[in-house]
Ligand binder design. Structure first.
Ligand code: CMP
Length: 136
């Protein structure tokens, strides 16, 4: 059964830097996602470390947090039936070179780090990630 869900999406610094945010938002809207809240911000390294805490033991954690805080990002709440899974499918594989045709990472991603977009990987994490950016 379909169920309206919310998920968190981040347009990462590499995509904002290339002025791709408007085009990426149009892709979401064309696919039936409502962007119910959005803001362009720049996070500090400490905030990036809190956001990506789940990855803190990974070898790429430091670079990942340095990268997310390196420039402006656009954070959005996306709403749709089955939004979490459908957003994951529309984003494509983490590494753009493995992403399928028609996905955002295939179209815009540069590398596994500069992969243009982040999306929550579960309903539980979507709630946490939405709270992280939009609670106040
Ligand atoms: P994202 O979906 O934002 O979640 C964590 C990010 O870590 C991921 O996208 C990648 O950009 C980045 N990353 C860097 N190296 C790796 C790796 N080896 N495996 C998974 N994610 C990685």
């Amino acid at each position: 059964m379909n169920k309206i869900e919310q998920t968190l999406s981040i347009i990462k610094p590499d995509a904002v830097e290339r002025n791709l945010d408007k085009e990426i938002k149009e892709i979401f809207k064309d696919k039936g996602f409502n962007i119910t809240k959005e803001k362009k911000i720049q996070v500090s390294k400490v905030e990036a470390e809190q956001f990506y805490k789940v990855h803190e033991t990974k070898p790429f954690y430091n670079d990942l947090c340095a990268y997310l805080s390196s420039g402006p990002i656009v954070v959005m709440i996306l709403e749709k039936d089955n939004a979490v899974l459908e957003n994951r499918e529309l984003m494509g594989a983490t590494n753009p070179k493995d992403a399928k045709d028609g996905t955002i990472r295939k179209k815009f991603g540069i590398s596994i780090d500069k992969n243009s977009i982040h999306g929550s990987d579960s309903i539980e994490n979507a709630k946490k990630e939405i709270d992280f950016f939009f609670k106040y």
